[in-house]
Write a protein that binds this ligand. Structure first.
Ligand code: 2RA
Length: 442
C-alpha cells in the first residue's frame, strides 16, 4: 500500500476511533447536522436543542476524518480527566429524589421528547428509577418511531392535549410559544396533571413558581404549573445558594463561558463544521447561527440586547436569581454572558460580596456538603472545574475558591462548570417531578 493510502487509512482509523470513543462517553453528544429553521444566537429559543415538537436529536455520526481526529483528541482528554477525578464522589443531587420511592404515578409524559432536552429527560427518568408505571413520549416528526427504554419500548405519539392529560406529570421540552399555548391546557384535568415547563414562557409570572428543587422545591411542588430556570441561572444558583444562606449575598458579579449547544443543535453543528472546514481548507466556514465566527473566537453576546445595554441572557440571571432566592431589591446581580467554542456544559466566573465575612476554607467546607455541588479545587494538581469534566454529570463543579481582592474579607471568587442540559434543564425538571410525585402522595 502506498504512503498516501497508508495516510488515508490512518486518518480514517483515527476518525472511526475518535467517533467510537465519543459515542461511548455518557453525555457527550455529537450531532448529525439536520437543518432546522435558522436562528441567530441573539434570538434563539429558550429551550436549547429542542424544537417545537420535533427537535433535532443529535446522535453520534461523523463523516469527516478531520473531525474524527478532533473528536479523538477531545475524547482522550475527557477520559483522562475523568480518570483523574475518579476520587470524586457520586452525585449527591441524586439523593433529592430518594424519598419518592414509596409513592408512584401511573404515567409521566415528555412533550418534545426527541430533542436533546427531551432525550436527556428520558435518560434522567431511567437512571433515577422514576416511580412511574409508564412513560409516554410526544413528538411530531418522530411520531410512530419506537424508543427502547427501561420502561419498555415506547412508541412516540403525536401530541394532543387529551393524550398528555392522561399523564399525572408532563415535562415540556418545547419552545416558549408552544408551551405558552399548551401548558395551561394540559395542567389539571381528570388526572390533575402537573406541568413542568423548561421554556421561559412562565418564569417571570408572579403566580408560577420558578424552581431549583434543592433551593425552593419545598412548598412549590404541588403547583399545577412549575417553571424551570434558564440553564445559566440554575448552574450558578447551585453554588450561590449555600453561600447566601450562611453569609447573605450583597452583590453577585458573573461572567459566563457558554457552550455552543446553548444555541441548539445548529450551534453545535456550526462549531463542528467550522472547525472541520478549517482543518480541510484552512478557512472556517461562514457563520449563520452565531453573530460571528465561533471557532477560535469568543462572542460577548447571547440573546438580544436590552435597553440597559445588558443582553436578555444576562438579565435572566438577575431576574431569576431574584425570584428563586427571594432577594431584596438592594441585592445586586449583574452578568456578562459569553459564547465560547466548547460543545457542552457552561462555565461561570463568579465574584460575590457578602454581608458577613466569608472565609474561603469555611465556604469550601460548606460547598462540599451542599446538595448538587461537587468541589473540584486542587490547583496544585491542576484540578478545577472544566466543561469537559462537567459534561454528563449531575453535580455542578465548583473550584478556584479564593478570597476576593476587591471585596476583601466580605468577598469570594470562584469558578463553576455545569452540564446545562442536565442541571440547567432535564435533571432539574425531573427532580421537580420527583418532588411533585411526593406532594401528590402527601
Ligand atoms: C444559551 N442559556 O446558552 C442559553 C440557552 N437557554 O444560549
Amino acid at each position: 500500500m502506498g504512503k498516501v493510502n497508508d495516510m488515508k487509512l490512518h486518518t480514517m482509523l483515527l476518525a472511526l476511533f475518535g467517533t467510537a470513543l465519543l459515542s461511548c462517553m455518557p453525555g457527550f453528544i455529537i450531532p448529525t447536522t439536520m437543518p432546522r429553521g435558522q436562528h441567530a444566537d441573539h434570538t434563539h429559543a429558550d429551550v436549547p436543542l429542542s424544537a417545537e415538537l420535533d427537535p433535532v436529536m443529535p446522535t453520534t455520526t461523523l463523516s469527516s476524518a478531520a473531525f474524527g481526529t478532533l473528536a479523538l483528541v477531545l475524547g482522550v482528554a475527557t477520559a483522562r480527566q475523568r480518570r483523574r477525578n475518579s476520587h470524586i464522589t457520586a452525585p449527591r443531587s441524586a439523593r433529592v429524589g430518594v424519598a419518592v420511592a414509596a409513592s408512584k404515578v401511573e404515567c409521566v409524559g415528555i412533550v418534545g421528547s426527541s430533542g436533546a432536552v427531551g432525550q436527556e429527560m428520558l435518560k434522567c427518568l431511567e437512571t433515577r428509577k422514576f416511580p412511574t408505571e409508564k412513560v409516554r413520549l410526544f413528538a411530531k416528526r418522530a411520531a410512530g418511531t419506537t424508543v427502547p427504554s427501561v420502561f419498555g419500548d415506547i412508541v412516540v405519539e403525536p401530541f394532543s392535549v387529551e393524550a398528555a392529560q392522561e399523564c399525572e406529570i408532563v415535562l415540556m421540552a418545547v419552545s416558549g410559544s408552544f408551551s405558552e399555548e399548551f401548558s395551561p391546557k394540559i395542567m389539571g384535568g381528570a388526572k390533575n396533571t402537573t406541568v413542568i415547563d423548561n421554556s421561559s414562557a412562565f418564569r417571570y409570572k408572579d403566580d408560577i413558581p420558578l424552581v431549583v428543587p434543592e433551593i425552593n422545591g419545598e412548598g412549590n411542588s404541588s403547583a399545577g404549573l412549575i417553571a424551570n430556570p434558564n440553564c445559566t441561572t440554575a448552574i450558578g444558583a447551585m453554588a450561590l445558594w449555600p453561600l447566601h444562606q450562611k453569609y447573605k449575598l450583597k452583590k453577585v458579579l458573573m461572567s459566563t463561558y457558554q457552550a455552543a449547544s446553548g444555541a441548539g443543535a445548529e450551534g453545535m453543528a456550526e462549531l463542528e463544521d467550522g472547525l472541520a472546514a478549517y482543518v480541510k481548507d484552512g478557512k472556517v466556514s461562514e457563520n449563520k447561527v452565531f453573530a460571528h465566527q465561533l471557532p477560535f473566537n469568543v462572542i460577548p453576546q447571547i440573546d438580544a440586547f436590552q435597553e440597559n445595554g445588558y443582553t436578555k441572557e444576562e438579565m435572566k440571571v438577575t431576574w431569576e436569581l431574584q425570584k428563586i432566592f427571594g432577594l431584596s431589591d438592594d441585592v445586586k446581580v449583574a452578568c456578562t454572558a459569553v459564547r465560547v467554542p466548547t460543545l457542552r456544559a457552561h462555565s461561570e466566573s463568579i465574584t460575590i460580596e457578602t454581608e458577613l465575612p466569608i472565609d474561603p476554607a469555611e465556604a469550601t467546607a460548606l460547598l462540599k456538603d451542599a446538595e448538587g455541588v461537587k468541589v473540584v479545587d486542587d490547583p496544585e494538581s491542576f484540578l478545577y472545574p472544566m466543561p469537559l469534566n462537567a459534561t454528563g454529570q449531575y453535580d455542578v463543579e465548583v473550584g478556584r475558591i479564593r478570597q476576593s481582592l476587591i471585596f476583601g474579607e466580605n468577598g469570594l471568587e470562584f469558578f463553576v462548570s455545569g452540564d446545562q442540559l442536565l442541571r440547567g434543564a432535564a435533571l432539574n425538571a425531573v427532580i421537580i417531578a420527583e418532588q411533585a410525585v411526593q406532594a401528590r402522595a402527601d
